[in-house]
Design a protein around this ligand. Structure first.
Ligand code: ATP
Ligand code: MG
Length: 661
């Protein structure tokens, strides 16, 4: 009966009797078999290919063909069935030869009996089964490799792997081509991967990465590969360990991409960014320098108009003079804004921490707007929550600037109704107080779609209205920066035709109560006592106009002024004369104010009074300038245009002290 379990056996034996006893033994063994018998070696060569035999038995002695030769022929022909060899007598040597040639068993014919046949056939079958499994595994592996290769070759990335001896185990064509192009070498499976990298730096890096990944790291690097003297190629490489079935790392797989193009784009972006930043900085510096230059003549105009206004003018002249003064003041505000803005843009802003009377500050701010509001017929409402501590620590100048900006907008954009400032206490934990300033107007309002953009520099909500109202569109940009740089918040709510509310929240620290006479009281006192009568002051200033303006002011107080056009002249005068005070401009030809101060303070230079009070005259009021002035050894500073009250109190503070001392 032939079925799936039938074992197909092929017997090559020229001895008919032996063949019969072979068949008999098989039959008695109980095996389900089908025997094909062939008595000629040549015929057997044909026959063996016709059926896929499970087991083959060869007689060693065949006429004209020994069993060994036939065995070799079968093996050469690719016969995979297990082959056993039988002989008439046992011979060790032949046995060894047979086994070497691929026989799985060798036995003398006397041992042909049912029991042995069963054993031998079963052993052969087992062998066959193993052989089949091996073949299947091999073909599966081959198929897998084909698939893997297809994957490796279908990616645009480079892929290669190495074993724990750092030898190549795979690589794709892309990798091969890259290696050929960059290094002039060809990767070879089974050879050291690092040897492909002919440039020392690359080789070191790659060997180092292999080691680290074999130790368990996952790496990702971006590096330049190839000849360092030529144009470089950049690659992103990912290194991952290959973990074997035993859980140990037995290799490294590397996946990578050429990112040279992307790098180029990145560089271009970076370059244009640097260029843009440089342009912005240049613009900002230009603005800063320009506004600085413009301020000097502006100071003269403002100072002189102030003086002229005090003269006996006709009504018409007085009116015109007031207009000049008003325009000049406005122009100065714009110039200051630009200077401020460029400082903010270049990150040069520092904030003060000063103890100040916030009620007084708000009072002063109110005074600034009374006239303008009255002129426009608008009501001005200021309310400060009395829970707020009177003294706080913060930057009063910046607070002033913020509120002036917002209030002048409110007044500017309101035709009728009210402009209010409400100051309230939001939170007060321990030493900290958060204050909220609401600036509310009943003006034209801001369209919804412009709410965000009004904070941008040089942006105005209505371009047509701008001409009517004036301004540069910098106010809110500066204001927002000043608020946020101090850690505060600014919000905006507006409705067309109804009005606008700006809310600013700022943090302060609770201050200490100071008893101080107001500036007005101070001046009244000074004027009464005429403390400066006959005082001799050295004014160091290169600008003739500024000299003139300052002199006019000082003369009011009966001060006798000597002039020096630069630091060097000043130093020489100080060697020969006694002065109560030096008023020192900072930027001057020949010797600057800073240099002159250093020279005066240096005792080895033997000036008459190395400790003479020196007050700087500066065009800007920034804390960093102030810091520099104080660090250089000067005692104080006043800003141009000269604020009479300020100058008065500072002269008093520094001179009367030394006069008495
Ligand atoms: P600058 O303040 O530089 O002199 P400006 O007042 O036009 O000029 P910003 O203060 O920055 O500039 O204000 C920007 C724009 O926002 C204004 O031009 C105006 O259109 C709008 N705006 C600001 N405040 C108000 C307000 N209270 N009511 C209506 N519109 C306002
Ligand atoms: Mg404004």
């Amino acid at each position: 009966m032939l079925n799936e379990t039938t074992i197909r056996i092929f017997l090559v034996d020229d001895d008919e009797i032996d063949a019969m006893s072979f068949e008999r033994a098989l039959r008695k063994s109980g095996l389900n078999f089908l025997l094909t018998h062939c008595n000629d070696a040549n015929k057997a060569m044909d026959e063996i290919h016709k059926v896929d035999y499970d087991c083959v038995f060869l007689d060693y002695q065949l006429p004209g063909f020994d069993g060994l030769a036939l065995l070799r022929k079968f093996k050469e022909a690719g016969i995979t069935a297990p082959i056993a060899v039988m002989t008439s007598q046992g011979d060790e040597k032949i046995a060894v030869e047979m086994m070497k040639a691929g026989a799985f068993d060798y036995f003398p014919k006397v041992e042909v009996n049912p029991e042995n046949m069963l054993k031998i056939v079963r052993a052969g079958m087992r062998l066959r089964e193993m052989e089949i499994k091996k073949l299947q595994a091999e073909s599966a592996l081959k198929e897998n490799n084909t698939k893997l290769n297809a994957i490796l070759e279908s990616t645009k990335a480079l892929v290669f792997s190495i074993d724990s001896n750092l030898n190549y185990t795979t690589f794709n064509t892309i990798y091969k081509n890259i290696v050929c192009n960059l290094f002039g070498t060809e990767p070879i499976l089974g050879l050291k991967a690092a040897d492909s990298f002919t440039f020392e730096a690359n080789r070191k890096l790659i060997s180092d990465c292999f080691q680290r990944v074999l130790n368990g790291e996952h790496l990702s690097i971006t590096e330049e590969f190839g000849d360092p003297d030529k144009k470089s190629n950049y690659y992103d490489l990912l290194f991952n360990p290959i973990v074997g079935e035993d859980g140990k790392i037995n290799g490294v797989v590397v996946y990578g991409q050429d990112i040279t193009e992307r790098k180029k784009v990145e560089w271009e972006i970076l370059e244009s960014k640097i260029e843009a930043e440089r342009t912005a900085k240049a613009k900002s510096e230009f603005l800063s320098n320009m506004s600085h230059e413009i301020r000097t003549p502006m100071n003269a105009i403002i100072g002189l108009s102030e003086l002229l206004l005090k003269e006996n003018l006709t009504d018409k002249q007085h009116e015109n003079m007031k207009s000049i003064k008003y325009s000049a003041d406005n122009l100065l505000v714009i110039i200051n804004d630009i200077l401020d803005f460029s400082k903010i843009e270049s990150g040069k802003v520092e904030f003060e921490n000063i103890n100040f009377d916030i009620f007084l500050k708000i009072q002063e701010i109110r005074k600034t707007f009374i006239f303008k509001a009255e002129e426009k017929g608008i009501a001005l409402k200021f309310r400060v929550d009395d829970k707020i501590p009177q003294f706080v620590v913060g930057d009063p100048f910046r607070l002033n600037q913020i509120l002036l900006n917002l209030l002048s907008n409110a007044v500017k954009f309101t035709k009728e109704g009210t402009v209010s400032l409400l100051v309230s206490l939001v939170a007060g934990k321990g030493e900290n107080v958060t204050l909220k300033f609401d600036i509310i107007d009943t003006g034209i309002g801001i369209p919804k779609d412009k709410l965000a953009s009004v904070f941008e520099s040089y942006t105005q909500a209505y371009t047509d209205i701008t001409r009517r109202f004036g301004g540069t569109g910098l106010g809110l940009a500066i204001t927002r920066q000043l608020v946020t740089m101090q850690g505060g918040q600014i919000n905006l709510d507006s409705e067309i035709g109804k009005g606008t509310t700006f809310s600013v929240q700022l943090d302060f620290v609770k201050g200490v109560v100071e008893k101080e006479s107001s500036a007005e009281e101070l001046i009244a006192e000074l004027l009464e006592k005429r403390d400066f009568d006959g005082m001799r002051v050295l004014l160091v200033e290169d600008n003739q106009m500024n000299q003139f303006v300052a002199n006019q002011v000082l003369e009011l107080w009966n001060i006798k002024v000597d002039f020096a056009d630069d630091g060097l002249q000043a130093v020489n005068l100080l060697k020969e004369n006694d002065y109560a005070l030096v008023l020192m401009d900072l930027q001057m030809p020949v010797m600057s104010g800073y240099e002159a101060t250093a020279y005066i303070r240096d005792r080895t230079n033997r000036l008459r009074n190395p400790e003479i009070p020196i007050i700087a005259l500066t065009a800007d009021a920034f804390p960093e300038t102030k810091k520099k002035v104080m660090e250089s050894g000067m005692n104080d500073f006043v800003t141009k245009p000269l604020e009479q009250n300020d100058l008065y109190s500072k002269i008093k503070q520094h001179c009367l002290k030394t006069v008495k001392a």
